[in-house]
Design a binder for this molecule. Structure first.
Ligand SMILES: Nc1ncnc2c1ncn2[C@@H]1O[C@H](COP(=O)(O)OP(=O)(O)OP(=O)(O)O)[C@@H](O)[C@H]1O
Ligand SMILES: [Mg+2]
Length: 331
């Protein structure tokens, strides 16, 4: 079956958005009878990005607060100068309610805000417990899904970690991604701010602090390019300036959470999302870890239908037997 027969979409009406690497569309999967998101990695840019590795790394990971990858493939295309090229396409869970920027209006600490923040922290804790650092946590990568009147936040895009692990200069990756506003100091200067000179999973905790601050104040503490501040200035602020943070503008318990996130030195910053969940829920760190271990056991229960190891065949196609995200049934 041809790709465009299986996935039906209108390139104008179903266009969701465009980032540094890719264009995203909503499409209807005629076989699985559900909406999916298709992410097309454009031309030469996609050479810097390896969706297959990203998906392989996420294999066997499933969590209600992470966008689920269903499959990836290559499709043939013709570029602007008439050359044939192959485009990588990621096929993933479609989040039907936009991204979390709708919360960026000096949000009040409602039950919904609390739930959304706990969702993000749960997804992040699960990623980190599985040894994956996101490294591009920003509002556009935190999506919302509405099901039966209930909103769930889901983290998307786990692609950058491989490149950093492969030894590429962290600042090069960051520039490629172009979301400097949310990046941790050690992503640019690991020797100065990293843990033992390295970039760890709690770089994501810094980014989360920026996102939370933005949720409650509609401001970015180190400046924003949408407000005319240059990339270099923001970078300079992150690395060398004291934080321009009005903690009083943030209600508790989020004020305490942000204080644990926005610590320049990664070794002194909160080490895990569980620590932040504990603050929000008013529990001890130990109780939170125990509770999360039980939840994770449920998510990763052995009777959860088994997904075979991914194979790559001669046509560079990659797929696995997809099973419904278990989180959807739990909630
Ligand atoms: N699975 C999805 N469901 C719904 N919307 C999505 C999905 N994945 C991405 N989007 C939206 O599509 C748009 C483009 O996403 P994309 O990941 O290509 O870029 P980005 O996250 O904005 O930036 P970058 O390229 O720097 O990661 C964003 O607005 C994003 O919120
Ligand atoms: Mg994205």
């Amino acid at each position: 079956m041809k790709f465009r027969e299986r996935y039906i979409f209108d390139s104008a009406k179903d266009f969701i958005g465009k980032g540094g690497f890719a264009k995203v569309f909503r499409a209807y999967d005629t076989i699985r009878k559900r909406y999916v998101a298709l992410k097309f990695y454009a031309g030469t840019e996609s050479e810097k990005y390896d969706i297959i590795s990203e998906i392989n790394r996420m294999d066997n990971l499933a969590h209600p607060n992470l966008i689920r990858y269903y499959d990836a493939t290559f499709i043939d295309s013709v570029n602007a100068i008439g050359e044939k090229e192959q485009i990588q396409v990621g096929i993933m869970e479609f989040a039907n309610a936009g991204d979390i920027s709708l919360f960026f209006k000096k949000t009040q600490p409602t039950e919904l805000t609390r739930q959304v923040i706990l969702d993000i922290l749960s997804g992040l804790a699960y990623l980190h417990e599985n040894g994956i650092a996101h490294r591009d946590m920003k509002p556009k990568n935190i999506l919302l899904s509405e099901e039966n009147g209930r909103l769930t936040a889901k983290i998307a895009d786990f692609g950058i970690s491989k490149k950093v692990e492969a030894g590429e200069d962290a600042s090069v990756s960051s520039q490629l991604l172009g979301s400097v506003e949310y990046m941790a100091p050690e992503q640019f200067a690991p020797a100065v701010y990293g843990i033992a000179g390295k970039l760890g999973t709690n770089a994501d905790i810094w980014s989360l602090g920026i996102i939370l601050y933005e949720i409650f104040t509609a401001r970015l503490p180190f400046g924003s390019r949408t407000k005319g501040i240059t990339y270099e200035q923001i970078l300079n602020n992150i690395l060398f300036q004291d934080l321009d943070i009005d903690y009083n503008a943030v209600p508790e318990p989020y004020r305490s959470v942000i204080r644990r996130c926005l610590v320049k030195n990664a070794a002194q910053r909160a080490q895990s999302a569980n620590e932040l969940i504990a603050i929000i829920e008013g529990k001890t760190y130990q109780d939170t870890c125990q509770q999360r271990r039980e939840t994770n056991r449920y998510i990763a229960q052995p009777e959860y239908p088994h997904r075979p190891t991914p194979k790559q065949d001669g046509q560079q196609r990659w797929r696995y037997a997809y099973t419904e995200p278990i989180g959807a049934k739990q909630r």
